[in-house]
Design a protein around this ligand. Structure first.
Ligand code: NAP
Length: 283
C-alpha cells in the first residue's frame, strides 16, 4: 500500500504555479485574487487566512473584503459588481457560508464566470459538463491532480464516487468520465452500496461520515481517495474511510489529514492563474 501525500503534491504544484505567476509578471500581468468574507465565523476566518497565505506563497496578490455580519444581499452584490468591473482583479470568491439574510445563489450567480475561481457559477458548471471547462471545481480538480501525480491510470477504469454534492461529488463524476473512466455516482438512496463500491478500481468518498467505508466495501488493490473531513469521538480529524481497516487492502490511499485537504486551496491558486491568463489573452 502506498500513501498519496497531499502535502507533497501541494508543494510540487505550488512550485509550478509560482513559475507560472513569475512568467505572467514578466509579461506585465500581476494575478490578483479578491476574497470576500461576511461576518465573523471562526472557521471561515481560518479558511480566508489560509487562502491569503497560499497567495503569498505563490506570488499572487490578494485582496480581502471583510464585511459586517448584517451586510445585505444588495450591498454584497454591489461589491461583487465593482470587483467584476475591475480589470486588476482576476479572481473573486465569497467565503461560504454567508449569513442567513444573504441570498447565496444570487451571490454565486453575480460573480463574473471569467473570475469565478471556485467554479460555482452555472455557466462554469455547464461548461464543465460539456467538456469545455476553463476553470475547474477546486476539490475534484485536486483529486484528479493527485491521481495523475501518483501515476494512477484513469482511462478505462471503473470509478465509483460516493456523494453527489454540487461542489465535489457531481463534478468529480463528470471529471472522471471526462478522463474516460466508467463512473457510478452513489448517494444516500443508493441500494446495496457495497456491491457497487466493490467494483471500483478508483473509489472517491465525499460524504461526511466517519468510517462509512470499511474493508468489506473495497476491492483488493483499489485506489481510495477520501475527501471527507470529520471529527471522530475524540475530536481528532478523520475522513469517511476507516483508514486502518481499509488501507492494507488498497494499492494507494489518501490519509486525512494531509490528503485531499491541501489540494483544494492549491487548485484555487491554479484557477486564479488560469483566470489571469485568459483575461489577458495569454496562452
Ligand atoms: P454534502 O453536500 O454534505 O453531501 C453529502 C453527500 O453524501 C450527499 O450526496 C448524500 O446523499 C451522500 N450521503 C450521505 N449519507 C450517505 C450514505 N450513507 N451513503 C451514501 N451516500 C451518502 O457533501 P460535500 O460537500 O461533498 O462534503 C462531504 C465531505 O467532504 C464533508 O466531510 C466535507 O467536510 C468534506 N469536504 C472536503 C473538502 C476538502 O477540501 N478535502 C472539500 C469539500 C468537502 P444525498 O444527495 O442523497 O443526500
Amino acid at each position: 500500500m502506498e500513501l498519496i501525500n497531499g502535502k507533497e503534491i501541494q508543494e510540487l504544484t505550488f512550485k509550478e504555479i509560482t513559475n507560472d505567476v513569475a512568467s505572467l509578471r514578466e509579461k506585465g500581468v500581476e494575478p490578483c485574487l479578491a476574497v470576500i468574507i461576511v461576518g465573523s465565523d471562526p472557521a471561515s476566518r481560518v479558511y480566508v487566512n489560509n487562502k491569503k497565505k497560499a497567495c503569498e506563497r505563490v506570488g499572487i496578490k490578494s485582496l480581502e473584503y471583510a464585511l459586517p455580519e448584517e451586510t445585505t444581499t444588495d450591498e454584497l452584490l454591489d461589491l461583487i459588481r465593482k470587483l467584476n468591473a475591475d480589470d486588476s482583479v482576476n479572481g473573486i470568491l465569497c467565503q461560504l457560508p454567508v449569513p442567513k439574510q444573504i441570498n447565496k445563489q444570487a451571490v454565486l450567480d453575480t460573480i463574473s464566470p471569467e473570475k469565478d475561481v471556485d467554479c460555482f457559477h452555472p455557466v462554469n458548471v455547464g461548461k464543465l459538463s460539456l467538456g469545455r471547462a476553463e476553470l475547474l471545481p477546486c476539490t475534484p480538480a485536486g483529486v484528479i491532480r493527485m491521481l495523475d501525480v501518483a501515476g494512477v491510470e484513469i482511462e478505462g477504469k471503473r470509478a465509483v464516487v460516493i456523494g453527489r454534492s454540487d461542489i465535489v461529488g457531481k463534478p468529480m463524476g463528470i471529471m472522471l468520465m471526462e478522463r474516460n473512466a466508467t463512473v457510478t455516482v452513489c448517494h444516500s438512496k443508493t441500494r446495496d452500496l457495497s456491491s457497487i463500491t466493490k467494483q471500483a478500481d478508483i473509489l472517491v468518498c465525499t460524504v461526511g461520515k466517519p468510517k462509512l467505508v470499511t474493508s468489506d466495501m473495497v476491492k483488493e488493490g483499489a485506489v481510495v481517495i477520501d475527501v471527507g473531513i470529520n471529527r471522530n469521538g475524540e475530536g481528532k480529524l478523520c475522513g469517511d474511510v476507516d483508514f486502518d481497516d481499509v488501507a492494507p487492502h488498497c494499492s494507494k490511499i489518501t490519509p486525512v489529514p494531509g490528503g485531499v485537504g491541501p489540494m483544494t486551496i492549491t487548485m484555487l491558486m491554479k484557477n486564479t492563474v488560469t483566470a489571469a491568463r485568459n483575461q489577458n489573452n495569454i496562452k
